[in-house]
Design a protein around this ligand. Structure first.
Ligand SMILES: Nc1ncnc2c1ncn2[C@@H]1O[C@H](COP(=O)(O)OP(=O)(O)OP(=O)(O)O)[C@@H](O)[C@H]1O
Ligand SMILES: [Mg+2]
Length: 240
């Protein structure tokens, strides 16, 4: 691909990305199942101080690395404020999981959707949060598409960042690919990804198609709004 896409290892990438990832900028991570979405998300979320996670699938081995503290529901703004102050005082980063830490059966989705709705609204009111959605498609299935859209469209001005992982752009809301400042794509033939990436980078689709097909396993193409700000980053090997 002709635009200068730098190849960076993880340490180099963090140095490059951290000062560029402004509060309020959203991130989308797109790859089929098992492609390393959560692993990448964990690496990115470690750069943020106030993280609220929604994971209808619960916490798997990969997500556990974030050491999220679980809150069954939004505890109320005053209590949440106090929890964050406490974290500050003890030098802890504030990384929370809202709802359940195990997969929620379908019949309980309406209840979980209410919890998520309250948590999203709470983070929205407080500002400053980075909200991570591990599998945005499940949020759609739970009927939270409009709420997620609100975040993606309006949260930016409130310095709220939305980090979402999903497998196929066509199965989630359009804004999930249109609104984020940063998109991470792994090796793919997905036509929507090819189109969007080509659009952002201002390059012909066949060129981008070839490029996206050739990304090595566990490496990511990271594109920002600035077509010159693109990188291929290789994650460190799995820590077990
Ligand atoms: N950079 C990497 N190098 C080596 N192994 C990796 C890398 N990234 C992820 N893996 C491994 O691949 C597997 C899947 O990773 P991960 O859980 O992040 O994928 P996922 O896309 O979130 O999967 P799922 O769709 O099941 O949630 C894990 O065992 C993980 O350790
Ligand atoms: Mg995952």
């Amino acid at each position: 691909m002709r635009p200068q896409v730098q190849a960076l290892d993880w340490t180099e990438f963090v140095e490059w990305f951290e000062p560029r990832w402004q509060p309020g900028e959203h991130v989308s991570i797109v790859t089929p199942t098992g492609g390393g979405k959560t692993t990448l998300a964990v690496g990115l979320l470690e750069l943020r101080r106030w993280v609220g996670t929604l994971s209808p699938k619960g916490v798997d081995k990969t997500l556990r690395a974030l050491r999220l503290r679980r809150l069954a529901d939004w505890p109320g703004d005053t209590k949440m404020d106090k929890l964050l102050d406490d974290d500050d005082e003890h030098g802890r980063v504030s990384r929370y999981l809202f709802g359940r830490d195990v997969a929620t059966p379908k019949q309980d989705w309406p209840k979980l959707a209410e919890v998520y709705d309250r948590c999203l609204a709470g983070m929205y009111r407080m500002g400053g949060w980075t909200c991570y959605v591990d599998d945005l498609k499940l949020l759609m299935d739970m009927g939270l598409g409009p709420v997620a859209t609100r975040w993606l469209v309006a949260a930016r001005s409130l310095t709220l960042s939305f980090v979402s992982a999903f497998q196929f752009p066509r199965r989630v809301i359009r804004s999930a690919l249109d609104e984020p400042t940063w998109i991470f794509a792994s090796q793919t033939r997905d036509a929507t990804m090819v189109d969007r990436t080509a659009e952002v980078l201002g390059r012909p689709k066949p060129e981008i198609r070839g490029f996206l097909e050739a990304i090595p396993r566990h490496a990511w193409l990271c594109v920002g709004r600035d077509p010159t700000a693109a990188a291929v980053v290789t994650m460190p090997p799995k820590r077990s």
